[in-house]
Design a protein around this ligand. Structure first.
Ligand code: C2E
Ligand code: MG
Ligand code: MG
Ligand code: MG
Length: 289
């Protein structure tokens, strides 16, 4: 599970004199103060239209600039925040910040925000989102919420209701990391996703040794298309991977080949350069082969 993976990584932090549990406690205490101290920062990674290579938007990815431990990955501290009961507070900060940044971009450039399953099952989520949209004046269609298959672990009417409520607000819904969790076609049938994000484990190396990955990506794209959903291939690093993704018909692509997660000001500059002309077929300025 995510929690187990988070715990396993504490060897990374642990000085010899601390037990893993003590170390976790120290980090949780720091995390509690991180928002107030302005130590959290949102980075933004470009998402590009696969065929035209026009910029489509950015995914907001949170970073923790710890005063002594340096930049800490969300893969490490998000599970911790869950455990410490801090994820709702952090999630709200992320939403407000992401909407405020995206409101500075052209309207055809979307922002995608990751929601943890805990946030998703919190009844105050719709209110939090409405408040972030109102404060920033961001149009709802410019906001895309990324949710993982984890939210379907517990079959519940509340989950279905939450999807319906969010959909009714006019925000977009994306299913993140598709294929890595407890994939079930049942929830694809009943849940109004606008987009499926194909996990990078199927994309990376798909062009080279592993034609099984290509077959899986092709099948997901076919499924998504017939359900009227977009697809983003995550984690494209090479020209070969990009060429394959395009030939398999993914609608969007995201990966280091187009850009790493970048600070908000860089993203805003890129959005202004590329967004205004994206509709006219502007090509995202990726490095030449
Ligand atoms: P994710 O939502 O699947 O985000 C994509 C991750 O893949 C990001 O890692 C991104 O930097 C990385 N990535 C993108 N393209 C490439 C590539 O070409 N190659 C490689 N090797 N990696 C690539 P990051 O930023 O470390 O985030 C990790 C995970 O942490 C995210 O996975 C998401 O599940 C979670 N996360 C990040 N920000 C937030 C947040 O604000 N809230 C919540 N709840 N979770 C977050
Ligand atoms: Mg994501
Ligand atoms: Mg993902
Ligand atoms: Mg992921």
């Amino acid at each position: 599970s995510a929690k187990a993976a988070g715990r396993g990584t504490f060897a990374f932090f642990a000085p010899e004199m601390h037990s893993e549990a003590q170390d976790r406690q120290l980090i949780e205490n720091d995390l509690r103060k991180a928002i107030g101290r302005g130590e959290l920062e949102l980075f933004f990674q470009p998402v590009v239209h696969a065929q035209s290579e026009a910029l489509a938007g950015f995914e907001a990815l949170v970073r923790w600039n710890h005063p002594t431990r340096g930049s800490i990955s969300p893969a490490l501290f998000v599970p911790l925040a869950e455990e410490a009961g801090l994820i709702l507070q952090i999630g709200e900060w992320v939403l407000r910040q992401a909407c405020a940044e995206a409101a500075r971009w052209p309207e055809n450039i979307r922002v995608a925000v990751n929601l943890s399953p805990t946030q998703f099952t919190d009844p105050s989520l719709p209110g939090t989102i409405l408040s972030a949209l109102a404060a920033s004046q961001l149009p709802p269609r410019q906001l895309e919420l990324e949710i993982t298959e984890g939210v379907f672990l517990v079959e519940s009417e509340a989950t279905d209701d939450m999807f319906a409520t969010l959909k009714g607000m006019g925000v977009r819904l994306a299913l993140d990391d598709f294929g890595t969790g407890y994939s079930s076609l049942g929830y694809l049938k009943k849940t109004p996703f606008d987009k499926i994000k194909i996990d990078q484990s199927f994309v990376r190396g798909a062009a080279k040794r592993d034609s099984r990955n290509a077959a899986i990506v092709r099948a997901i794209v076919t499924l998504a298309e017939s359900l009227g959903m977009d697809t983003t291939a995550e984690g494209a690093e090479t020209h070969d991977e990009l060429a394959l993704i395009r030939s398999l018909g993914c609608s969007h692509v995201q990966g280091f080949i187009f850009g790493r997660p970048m600070p908000a000001d860089e993203a805003a500059a890129l959005a202004r350069q590329n967004g205004a002309v994206a509709a006219d077929g502007f090509q995202f300025n990726r490095p030449a082969r």
